[in-house]
Design a protein. Sequence first.
Length: 704
Amino acid sequence: MSKVSVTDVAGEGVTPQFRLHDDLPGLTVIDPLERNQFQIETSRPVELQAVPVSAFHAPVGVVASITTARVRFSALLGAYVRTTDNELVCAVDHETNTTLPNGEYYIELTTPVKTYLHVESAIDIDTSDGRLDLSFGGETTVEVGSRSRHTHPAGTVTTTTDTKDVMAAVSSFGSALKTTSPERSFPTLRGHPPAVEFGDELHVPDELQPPETGIRIEVPPKLKFIFPIAPLSYYLGATVVPGERPRIVTKSATIPLDHPERGFEGEIERVLKQTFFLDCVTRTEGLYRIDLHERKQVEPLVDLDFSTLYDMPIAERLEAYLDVPFATLSGLLPTWRLAIHVTAESENSVHLPYVIRDIPLVQMANGVRENDSTVETVGSIRDFARTVESDTNRPVGRTPAERYVTPPNIDTIERAWLGEGAPVGGNKLLPKGFEHRLDKEHSTEDISIAIVCNDPKMQAEYEDDLYGNRDELPFDVQTYRNCSTAELRELLRARTDFFHYIGHVEDGSFVCLDGTLDPSDVSHVGVDMFLLNACRSYVPGKRLIEAGSIGGIVTYSEVGNAGATVVGRTVGRLLNTGFPLRSALSIAREQRLVGNQYVVVGDGGVEIAQADSGVPLIHFVESLDDGQYRVRSRSHPANGRSMGGTILPFIDGVQTHSLSGGDIPTVTLAGDELQAYFDLEETPVVYDGTLHWTSEVDVARDFS
């Protein structure tokens, strides 16, 4: 495989790269920061010619031209074909088989790396063999343009700890929106908010001032009001100012934010969810005129003209949205991705920008101290536990020096904790993890995974192909056994996407063949993500984050060996199929494979691999009396494909998109239809309470 780099003519920093193949005509598009990629197969070997980004009408960071009579993709993709005037000509799905007349087209692909094609030709579009195939009228010049989903803060705001200055800093978050139209509900059109740092005086650069939306949010100048309002302020592009009572103010309306039943935080949640949801519906009047399930559901219930709403200024659109009773919409909303509980510490002002892009629900933390017994083991403590000594009568140990806290059980897919305290059943957010994610090195090499097993009794956790069994996504998987302290130190320092440790931890250090290794003694950690499947690995996990890692999964207490092996294999496989750390652990917990002793530290939203379908899915299958199957699928939004994305199941007869987040509409399928659906990609599936994998399921054999 030979690599040909094409210069980013626009000079906007790290951008996707194109790699040519020696053994297959075509190229691979690679995002070197998000570590996503996909292949484009051509009719013959091609050469890459750089094209100025300024000549390409779609928003991209790099462009190259190739000459080919056809492009094919290894998976079944969706696409939007538009004219140069942005008029939608065709929305391509799994049932598209059509010919477009000779013309000039831009084709937006639903690929893991955001990519567009520009071509002047007639186009035959065919998806009949389970792949997207675009054939042109002979040898044709095709321009390929891509952009990374990875974003950095556009600048830095300086604030003091004075809460009025913190309000001004929060107001700057809306400057990261790429539009104030309803399309900002798409995750790729919500940029990273500015970074925040403390200084002697407030300074908001001119380019980071909030947009002119005509929306003002007034709240008392206290952190318990400022933090929860931050995601809404960001999404609305609103200015946050001091006020006696929480409220939204526009030119023609005042909207209270202290509901007598929902309270302040509950009303913030209502406004954010309702505005976001109706934006997702309204945007179907714009560039993405798709058949959306949620629009079909809501349209008969509301007196809204979505065509008129689409062209309204943002403040007037907000007023119209909030005139709709929340009870009318509450049963139609997607399940929110993330809830974050934040402690009332001023330093959290600096950390908020790293999580706001996902528009989480932010609530003030009211954690309570937990008894040690709530941090239970996997399986039976009578199993051989992953401790240095197999003294099965020793009590479960407390690892964190911090107090245990339990975040309230909110109906979201993922939960996190920001501030002092060790959360039970959540993600302990560590700011260093966010910083390391922004600073991570870019690479176009295969995804690197290091598996270390420092006890031969535990090798069942990795003895077959746990990682890297996906044809179109290359992995470099290396396994190491019985490492010495020197060997483990070098492995931790090496540039590695994922580190899976199987063994023992003693007093916060890894147990090696010749002693113990404290991660604090490693000058720089090159591991991005990790799973430390050992007893009481919370402390070394935190130390890895401080030294260079982004996020990982650790344990608070002892874990039984048999149960931990199942956990390690299941979580590893979920990560391999595109689930973020938090989602992988939440699925394992729902299947009762883990208890409260497993937790995510650092940035739990990261993933080591992309999902083939863009958004990771888990299926729940129920057999019916007539030999058919009821299938409920749940989506888990991931970075770059977060809240606001859409899903179209590639099932015959299904042509309606659904919003990402939670369950998508249930379908009933015959056995052969279900098998064909399963054959599209590797995905977890739950049948009769047991977790399976689509690549291993024979429906007629296993589900009858």
